[in-house]
Unconditional design. Structure first.
Lengths: 178, 436, 901
């Protein structure tokens, strides 16, 4: 029972919508947060909560690329490969990560720490190349920086290089008043 | 030299500004809300927004006041407002900044807009990846509830507005307004056939307005300073106000720059953006997000208002300007965007679903020097058969990169195909389809 | 709706036409003979406009529009074949064919495939698509359905059908974009109604039946339109055969009462007819007890001589007859005529005795007509529908579809009084659509119905004019229901006063309201009284006479209704008319050229009793199988063994037929002509679709042949002549077919009923009977109808056996937890009657403290049940028992198995 201990959250989510089914994505996101992926058990539970059938939940889940239907590594490294990031070096970054982690795209390191994927535009086109690891964005990446991020994550589970509230160009940085 | 007044970014660019409720109120925040709620008749607000000339910042540029006016007044309700914070158009990253840096500006806009259209419930549909922005918005919503700016009977006005954040889970198409509604209803994010339009049959088949984050953020300022003030900025009467343009690609200083819409691409790229990042000259730029046809250096002096960009053969779209320097392969650029569209097509319409995968395969082949002489004709025809034949505007969007690069840089395609012809015979044709 | 709709004039390809407002352009075009090519559009589904094939040009609209989603407007000018449009179509085809495999030669859809047909019409044969096609592995969605997703055109018709029409939501569109595929979910085996709708509605060959895979090319098939014999809904089916082999059954849109929909039995159950166990030759019992295959002459002669002898020695009433309601009207009519005219007895009964008779008797009593006064079309228009003990999804799946449509499309308010939990799963469950679901304790419908009437009377829901015109009727009922307390009702039925009252209000206040009554009521003790009480409810709420309102009893057998109308039941002559009805006696005497017999009738239980006591010496059993339709303690075998001479006429050597002296091999419904009367009262043509197997013959031919041999010839050249005779003896018996309007209530009968008729038994009908409480710790075991089967006949259909091949004990997860048992485990059931070991299946719609077992496989558990006979209507009631359940561990079992060896 995935949602058992989150009963209050589930109730809060349900209370926001006049139609239960709207709680679908919030619950799927919650399930993924809880287990790292959306398990079949979670799908059944969500179906039960929303008064739907498992196929209805399943087909919805498979539409959304952030939802993993299979277990993945502890850290999901997702590098933006869309044009804007590619213009400023996303491809070499992906290559570097592949080599450094020793895995291909869509694969997980043997220690189950990292899963590497490329994704489409994440809305950081001015600060590329960039990647998202779990909930956090890391931007203006260089090989050194990525090396440090992976190391920190592996060692401490966290990394101070993640982005804070977004503002670009940053204050004082090249603001030209015309 | 021109001076550009900023509206939305003024606060957040001040060093001490954190975006907290206190900060926002300290700069006159929620004044507009208190002024109008329960006092100004909703219809007057709609008229005010119409008069301001505010147009949607989400991409289509539809006049906001007019859209609000479509909401049936005699409908018993409920009615809904959806704030479109799905920001997934490649090259666009302004809403993220607006949300993370000044969430109350948006919430105030939402509350006023709800009042104007008679909605008691608003959902902020935010793309799933924006975890930080979602967290910041949720915190701000809690603050606003505590301060009585949201919730039941706001400031004793008898008006109720409830706002919640609804996170997506990875689907560009959910930025399309009807797909957004489907997704918000807990379904696969497939656009709906219009008519009926959301104004009458929106969320849960009830009257609904979908507005972009930036659009809504402008509303408090229009209330505070008047429709005439807003209408005087830009290129009145059709394109008014400022826009937050997102500059990316091969420039020195990429970022979000707020400019009145009568500024030119040159102002943005060469003045604010500091010009090209290296000594290579400008080769091409996309003037309005991935869905906008590419433009050339000949177009840098075009003004960035909706009409001027359209006249130049593209669209101002979401306001994302991506700059490419000499040496960038335009076939490659088109392919990258096409791969994006292929990945993001919801799959509902045959032309979009099948066409995007076909185009990607052809472009990949051409890039891999396995192009065929008739490929360009095939590409052109596929594009023609997608445009205008699909449920949503995604179909029109996805052909923009191919059509425009074919128009301006056909020689690059031809060169690759010629190379392929030259190589023909010397190697086996290995089909390529990488579904990254 | 249609009566108030305004008409809109438009022009399509130069043709001016007028259609109702709201019509889709594609439909308007169809009406003037223009077929706009399409994939995703289907009249049964909400428009989705995804395939983009049906684009047309509409004047004043710049872009091409999808005709499947655009509604007509006044003055609209549509062009469907201008070059612009044609080129768009070609392009869609080219795009679809891009990823579509060119496997037409091995595709079951080849020859009737929309993609093939349109491609033929619109595309040049060369495709420019020279890239890689996406490839999906072929999948089995469970035992009978296969998917080949490479062929899928993403029209989503299957998924939409499964959701919108079936309300099963069992299919999922997995993934996005080009790699979308139709699956059940995450590799789980498909569990659903298995209606085959997804196969039928797929415009290409992406979803096909595993029963007929690769067996045929469509143009090799011979088609026959006939009626399914699995239930009383009477679906129109198209039987397709190659040579004499049954290949497939499907149903055409627009045809029959089912309009193209079928259930699992109709779609996958056709193989029963050609089961190798069919009796193919007349059998005669030898001195050593074994059967010998003989010629027809020999068998018929033997029977004729025995019947003649017994009649001569012991009188006509030493012979009785039983017939199944799977027979046609003509068979049923001729059987009763044979029994009355040639044998000279009224001791005739049929399968209608198992419950349907209760409904017909009540209807005749209160409204004068024995048929529904409503039709499926009225269901679609109803404002409220009430289901009482129907289990309609399982017993009458197509009636269930009409109910679903009424609720889902038209917003009818559904009230359900069912012993089911409203749990949603991928098998549709009508109670999940309910606005007011009243979960009635198993077997306690009497209290529930009483509660409804009480609620109507006490909540001022009685129509004013009824109170005015029949004050005594209203007052008597009021006095009666006042005597029963809500506490007592709740105690017995499990329903609360408020719930019953809200439901009663919804039902009463609806403008048009329909009640459907099902097996839980019809097959219960006092069933006739319960239906009568529901008719009282109809009177009180004013729904009895209102057009569009009415009460229908759901017929389970394919010709339950026909059996009663043909006089193949103890209490009626054809009509049905009472045995003492002088008018009827006169007509029959005239038509038959002989007076009707004067002897007393005998119902099924009476026939058996009389056989046991030796009063009846010989039985003629046609298709009925009392040995397996009644529990062990009914003494059927004793009765049959006591007979001097038993004749069975059947498809199979059933447990009953095994005891016969002579067995006649009968034709299945696929092999003969005739008519069935469906639950609504529609008389529909059954047509011969395959050659009779072996020496089998249509039932009526045997009666006719015997009559000749017994010197009482009743002869016909063909079935139609029998039907003509039927029309002659039943006044007002209409022509064939679905066009007949529903009969109206007979005002005289109603007036008689409300002034005096009701008094006869009103006091008994409005009391709560003290129903025996379940013993402490016991589970209520119920034999239920499974969706996947029909009687025992369907257990011979290999497709259905693949889906459900054995009987399992269904309990809900809570109950299983309480009993400490799990899915798949073996348990032992026991009570005074005996014991049984069965395996467990979890099913969350089974109520707490109850277990279900499919009646089609009841053999191992039959000993646990005991028979009760309704004292009034003689309906045998026995499908409920109380049992204890214990886990039967696998070790125990192996010991048992070893000792058996
Ligand atoms: C494929 C597609 C993607 C879109 N994505 C977004 C988006 O991410 N954010 C947004 O605000 N509008 C997006 N739009 C535009 C919306 O459909 C809609 O026009 C907009 O939200 C309306 O708000 P506005 O009038 O304030 O611009 C998209 C449109 C299409 C066709
Ligand atoms: S155009 Fe593409 S994205 Fe839009 S509805 Fe059709 S398939 Fe989906
Ligand atoms: S292109 Fe990389 S974040 Fe937009």
């Amino acid at each position: 029972m995935i949602f058992h201990k989150h009963q209050a959250t589930v109730n809060d989510i349900l209370s926001r919508y006049p139609v239960k089914r709207s709680a679908m994505l919030p619950l799927l996101n919650l399930a993924q947060k809880e287990e790292g992926y959306v398990s079949q058990a979670a799908i059944r539970e969500i179906a039960g909560i929303l008064d739907l059938t498992p196929p209805q939940v399943f087909e919805t889940a498979t539409f959304y690329t952030m939802l993993n239907l299979k277990p993945i590594g502890k850290f999901h490294v997702q590098v933006c490969r869309s044009l804007m990031c590619a213009l400023v070096g996303a491809d070499p970054l992906v290559d570097w990560l592949r080599k450094h982690l020793g895995i291909g795209l869509g694969q997980t390191t043997e220690d189950k720490m990292f899963t590497l994927s490329t994704v489409e535009c994440l809305g950081s086109c001015g600060t590329g190349p960039m990647m998202q690891i779990n909930d956090d964005y890391y931007e203006r990446l260089t090989e050194d920086k990525v090396g440090r991020i992976l190391k920190d994550l592996r060692e401490t589970g966290d990394c101070s290089l993640k982005s804070g509230p977004f503002l670009v160009p940053e204050r004082g940085e090249g603001v030209v008043s015309l | 030299m021109k001076t550009f007044e900023k509206i939305l970014l003024t606060n957040m660019e001040r060093p001490e500004y954190t975006g907290s409720l206190a900060d926002y109120e300290g700069t006159g925040g929620y004044k507009a809300l208190k002024t109008v709620l329960g006092k100004t008749p909703p219809n007057d607000l709609i008229e005010m927004v119409k008069k301001s000339g505010l147009r949607g910042r989400g991409g289509a540029g539809f006049p906001t006041g007019v859209k609000w006016g479509f909401i049936p007044k005699d409908h018993p309700g409920p009615k809904y407002l959806c704030c479109n914070a799905d920001e997934s158009e490649p090259g666009t990253f302004k809403d993220r900044q607006l949300m993370e840096r000044d969430p109350h500006q948006i919430l105030e806009g939402i509350a006023i807009s709800c009042y104007a259209i008679g909605a008691q419930t608003a959902y902020i549909y935010i793309r799933g990846e924006f975890r930080l922005a979602a967290k910041i918005l949720e915190r701000a919503i809690a603050e606003a509830y505590r301060a009585g700016h949201l919730g039941a009977d706001i400031h004793g006005s008898g008006v109720t507005v409830n706002v919640s954040v609804h996170a997506g889970a990875g689907a560009y198409i959910c930025g399309e307004e009807t797909a957004l509604l489907e997704s918000l209803e807990g379904k696969r994010g497939k656009p709906r056939t219009k008519p009926p339009f959301p104004a009458t049959h929106g969320l849960y088949q009830k009257p609904t307005v979908v507005n972009n984050v930036e659009t809504l953020a402008n509303v408090p300022h229009i209330v505070n300073r008047g429709a005439d003030w807003f209408a005087s900025i830009g290129v009145p009467p059709k394109s008014t106000g400022t826009r937050v343009f997102c500059l990316s690609g091969h420039v020195k200083r990429p970022g979000n720059y707020e400019l009145p819409v009568n500024a030119t691409f040159r102002d943005l790229i060469f003045e604010l953006g500091g010009g090209m990042r290296s000594d290579k000259p400008l080769k091409a730029f996309i003037p309005g997000g991935a869905s906008a046809p590419f433009l050339t250096p000949d177009h840098v002096d075009v003004q960035m208002d909706f009409e001027s960009v359209a006249m130049a053969g593209s669209m101002s779209g979401s306001g994302g300007i991506t700059v490419m320097e000499e040496g960038t392969s335009m076939v490659w650029a088109a392919l990258r965007l096409m791969e994006f569209f292929y990945h993001e097509s919801c799959g509902k319409c045959t032309p979009c679903r099948e066409g995007s995968s076909w185009i990607v395969q052809i472009l990949q082949r051409i890039m891999n020097k396995q192009g065929r002489p008739d490929d360009l004709r095939t590409l052109t025809e596929i594009c023609e058969n997608i445009g205008g034949r699909t449920v949503c505007a995604f179909g029109d969007a996805e052909i923009a990169p191919v059509q425009s690069t074919l128009k301006y840089w056909r020689n690059e395609y031809e060169a690759l195909i010629e190379e392929a012809e030259a190589l023909k015979g010397s190697r086996k044709e290995i089909p390529v389809l990488s579904l990254a | 709706m249609s009566n108030t709709s305004t008409m809109v004039t438009l022009t399509i390809d130069g043709i001016r036409t007028e259609v109702p407002e709201g019509t889709l352009v594609i439909e308007a075009a169809r009406q003037v003979g223009i077929m706009v090519p399409h994939f995703c559009y289907h009249p049964k589904l909400e428009p989705d406009a995804n395939c983009r094939m049906c684009l047309v040009e509409i004047e004043k609209i710049p872009k091409l529009q999808t005709s499947c989603s655009t509604r007509v407007a006044e003055g609209m000018v549509v062009r469907s074949s201008v070059p612009h449009v044609e080129s768009a179509r070609k392009s869609v085809l080219e795009l679809l064919l891009g990823n579509h495999p060119l496997d037409c030669p091995v595709c079951d859809q080849g020859g009737r495939c929309d993609l093939q047909d349109f491609s033929h019409e619109y595309t040049p044969t060369v495709s420019r698509f020279k890239e890689l096609k996406r490839v999906f592995p072929k999948q089995y969605l469970g035992p009978v359905i296969e998917t080949q997703m490479n062929r899928c055109v993403s029209c989503m018709r299957c998924v939409r059908y499964c959701d919108e029409v079936m309300d099963a939501q069992a299919l999922a569109a997995e993934g996005r974009g080009t790699i979308t595929q139709i699956t059940h979910w995450a590799g789980n085996e498909l569990e659903c109604d298995m209606c085959g709708g997804c196969i039928q509605i797929c415009p290409v060959g992406a979803i096909t039946s595993r029963l007929s895979m690769y067996d045929y090319r469509p143009w090799m098939l011979k088609r026959t339109e006939t009626i399914c014999s699995y239930c009383g809904d009477g679906c129109q089916i198209t039987v397709q055969r190659k040579d004499d082999q049954l290949i497939e059954v499907n149903s055409a849109l627009g045809a029959g009462r089912n309009n193209g929909d079928l259930c699992v039995r109709g779609y996958f159950g056709y193989h029963a007819a050609e089961h190798p166990d069919r009796v193919q030759q007349p059998l005669v019992r030898q001195a050593d007890g074994s059967f010998a295959e003989v010629t027809w002459e020999e068998a018929l002669d033997r029977v004729a001589r025995q019947f003649t002898r017994i009649k001569a020695t012991h009188g006509s009433d030493a012979i009785g007859g039983l017939i199944t309601t799977r027979c046609t009207n003509e068979d049923l009519y001729l059987f009763q005529k044979f029994m009355r005219v040639v044998i000279g007895t009224n001791q005739i009964d049929s399968g209608a005795r198992y419950g349907h008779i209760n409904g017909v008797r009540a209807l005749r009593r209160v409204q004068g007509t024995h048929r529904w006064t409503i039709r499926y079309e009225d269901l679609a228009q109803a404002d409220a529908i009430m289901l009482v003990g129907t289990n309609v999804n399982e017993s009458n799946p197509i009636t269930a579809l009409h109910v679903k449509q009424a609720v889902k499309r038209k917003g009818a308010q559904l009230v359900t009084l069912e012993s089911l939990l409203p749990v949603r799963s991928t098998v549709s469950n009508i109670t999940t659509l309910s606005k007011h679901h009243l979960e009635v304790k198993s077997g306690q419908f009497s209290a529930a119905i009483l509660g409804l009437v009480k609620a109507v009377v006490e909540s001022n829901l009685v129509q004013e004019d009824v109170a005015r015109e029949a004050p005594e009727f209203v007052q008597t009922i009021r006095t009666n229901v006042a005597k029963v307390s809500w506490d007592a009702i709740r105690e017995q039925s499990g329903l609360s006063q408020t719930d019953v009252e809200t439901a009663a209000r919804t039902y009463s206040q609806a403008e048009r309201a329909v009640v459907l009554v099902g097996r839980e009521v019809l097959r219960s003790l006092g069933g006739e009284g319960l239906v009568t009480n529901l008719m009282d409810l109809q009177i009180l709420t004013g729904h009895l006479r209102r057009s569009g309102s009415g009460l229908g009893c759901l017929a389970e057998g394919s010709n339950d209704q026909g059996a009663v109308e043909m006089g193949a039941v103890a209490e009626y002559f054809p009509g049905p008319a009472g045995l003492h009805d002088e008018e009827s006696q006169k007509t029959l005497t005239r038509t038959w050229g002989q007076a009707v017999p004067a002897g007393a009738p005998a119902t099924l239980p009476e026939v058996l009793t009389r056989a046991r006591t030796g009063d009846i010496k010989s039985l003629f059993i046609v298709g009925d199988n009392p040995v397996e339709s009644l529990p062990g303690d009914a003494g059927v075998t004793e009765a049959l063994d006591a007979l001097e001479f038993l004749v069975c006429q059947d498809l199979f050597l059933t447990e009953t037929a095994k005891r016969a002296h002579v067995v006649f091999p009968a034709c299945s419904a696929m092999e003969k002509d005739g008519t069935f009367t469906n639950t609504e009262g529609h008389v529909q043509s059954v047509r011969q679709a395959t050659e009779p197997l072996g020496e089998s013959r249509p039932d009526w031919e045997m009666f006719s042949a015997l009559s000749v041999l017994m010197d009482h010839p009743i002869e016909y050249n063909e079935v139609k002549e029998i039907f003509k005779e039927i029309r002659g003896v039943i006044p007002g018996y209409g022509l064939l077919g679905p066009a007949s309007t529903p009969p109206k209530v007979d005002e005289k009968t109603v007036a008689q009923y409300v002034t005096s008729g009701f008094k006869e038994d009103v006091d008994q009908r409005y009391t709560l009977d003290a129903s025996p409480a379940a013993p402490e710790g016991a589970l209520t075991l119920r034999l239920v109808q499974s969706l996947y089967h029909s009687g025992k006949y369907s257990t011979r259909a290999k497709g259905l056996m693949e889906i459900e091949g054995e009987g399992r004990l269904h309990v809900n997860a809570r109950e299983a937890g309480r009993l400490g048992i799990e899915e798949g485990q073996t348990v032992r059931l026991a009570n005074d009657g005996g014991q049984a070991t069965v395996s467990v299946k979890l099913n969350d719609r089974v109520p707490d403290a109850v277990a279900w077992f499919p009646e089609h496989f009841d053999e191992p558990v039959r000993a646990l049940f005991s028979l009760k006979v309704d004292p009034h209507t003689h309906v045998p009631v026995w499908k409920t028992a109380h049992v204890t359940v214990t886990k039967w561990s696998s070790t125990n079992r192996s010991i048992e198995e070893r000792s058996r060896v």
